[in-house]
Ligand binder design. Structure first.
Ligand code: ADP
Ligand code: ZN
Length: 433
């Protein structure tokens, strides 16, 4: 089922006409109300009246996270402060947090984007939704919450943490949908097992996972362990929060972007030049309708590609590929670029290894070294030492063969890597210390 049939199945021409109308309006608004943009437009020698086609987007300035930091906290807001009804902040994964503000209309649109997303995952108003994204300044919890209510579903606002209690609630309340980070889902499953509860016997049927990079191998692992359908949701606080794009359960192949609100581009991060459909580069969004903190060409640092081919679900909106990583997360080990997600894919293909892992980067003399620590499962752990060593060598060989980098692999005992209730920390960089 499609929540907003009109907008989600709009023919491309009509979508582009709508986007252009909204883009012109956006340029007028930021030029008149945000000194940062007035200055940027003036420096580039353009005025809002110069925007005559979507192609003119390329002449507009980029916005970066640093710009938000430089104008902390309210300098980028485009409405009087009394029109802001809520503040959120990014989780600060990569440095100082950034603050975002929403008008009531922004919140209404956000709730609709989440309602669209939940329906895209296969949920309806008859579902009970266990929302284990963190409530608070982080956009995950409250974002999903109001969207679930807009859909008319029953939302259980559990937030993250108190993991054993969550398992009891999953059993007692019988939710059919769960929303959390994929790494937390694995933790929940593990805790349930310790408590003697089999996820496959719970009524749960859909998982809406996002807020951190994960792989298709991780999806298959979660689906096999829990018997649910796992779909990917994407978003970032600067652009709105979760629900900028969402994967449909029919195809499970790329996330449909709500293009009537967020205009996507893919650029080459080294020079800012546009890249074509299917090419992987940095994802950039222009917020077409946002009032509180509208952004022009916001550089997400997330790497993805765009796919305009029709989808079997009937939606006409463009799909973005699963995030390969943040350009900030990319490790350069002796000149070779590696993303944690690539390591994750390889380790999940190795028998006896679990998705609990950490990558430790150190500097030894002039050289960077990478160690991959992975927990083995109970069965593997009780195996002979020589089998463990064999697995270590196997993963090490695959990393070398597929990624071209030498890593030392260390298998560690079950439960030795710290669990996270929100975004998992995959990389420990000890080079600066
Ligand atoms: P922070 O930048 O501090 O982590 P946010 O909470 O706004 O703040 O996080 C947004 C970021 O989370 C995105 O830019 C992206 O890197 C990551 N992210 C969100 N959803 C996904 C997803 N489905 N897959 C991969 N990464 C995601
Ligand atoms: Zn689809």
């Amino acid at each position: 089922m499609i929540y907003n049939v009109d907008k989600e199945t709009l023919p491309r021409e009509d979508m582009e006409a709508l986007q252009l109308r909204r883009l012109k309006d956006l340029c007028e608004r930021v030029y008149a109300r945000v000194p940062f943009y007035k200055k940027k437009f003036d420096e580039a020698g353009i005025t809002p009246a110069d925007i005559r086609s979507l192609n003119d987007l390329q002449y507009l300035p980029f916005t970066e996270k640093q710009d938000l930091r430089n104008h902390y906290p309210y300098g980028m807001f485009a409405v009087p402060k009394e029109n802001i009804v809520r503040l959120h902040a990014s989780s600060g994964t990569t440095g100082r947090a950034t603050v975002v503000g929403y008008t009531q209309r922004d919140l209404d649109i956000w709730a609709e984007c989440i309602a669209r997303s939940l329906m895209m995952a296969g949920a309806t108003r008859r579902d009970i939704i266990h929302n284990a994204y963190g409530y608070g300044l982080f956009t995950g919890g409250l974002g999903v919450h109001f969207g679930a209510e807009k859909l008319g579903a029953t939302v259980v606002p559990v937030s993250g943490g108190a993991t054993r209690r969550q398992i009891s609630l999953l059993k007692d309340f019988g939710p059919t949908v769960i929303c959390c980070t994929p790494s937390y889902m694995i933790f929940l499953h593990e805790t349930a097992r310790e408590m003697g509860i089999d996820f496959r016997e719970l009524p749960l049927k859909i998982g809406v996972f996002g807020a951190e990079p994960w792989t298709d191998e991780m999806r298959r692992d979660i689906e096999a362990k829990t018997g649910i359908t796992a779909v990917n949701i994407y978003g970032l606080s600067e652009v709105m929060g979760p629900g900028v794009s969402m994967e449909c359960h029919e195809a499970q192949c790329g996330m449909h972007i709500y293009e009537d609100h967020f205009l996507p581009e893919i650029i080459d991060p080294s020079n800012g030049k546009a890249m074509g459909p299917g090419e992987t580069g940095e994802l950039v969004f222009t917020t077409l309708t946002k009032e509180g903190i509208p952004l022009i060409r916001y550089r997400t640092k997330d790497l993805s590609s765009l796919n305009y081919t029709p989808c079997i679900c009937g939606r006409s909106t463009v799909r973005m590929d699963r995030i390969k990583g943040r350009s900030d997360d990319m490790l350069i080990i002796r000149g070779v670029n590696v993303f944690p997600s690539q390591i994750e894919s390889l380790l999940l293909e190795t028998a006896g290894l679990t998705p609990h892992y950490q990558i430790i980067v150190r500097r030894e003399g002039p050289l960077d070294t990478m160690e991959v620590q992975v927990e083995v499962d109970e069965k593997m752990f009780s195996d002979a030492i020589k089998n463990l060593q064999h697995r270590e060598r196997e993963l090490q060989k695959n990393i070398k063969e597929f990624l071209g980098v030498t890593a030392s692999v260390k298998l560690v005992e079950p439960q030795s890597i710290e669990r996270s209730v929100g975004k998992a920390k995959r990389v420990i960089d000890q080079r600066g210390e």
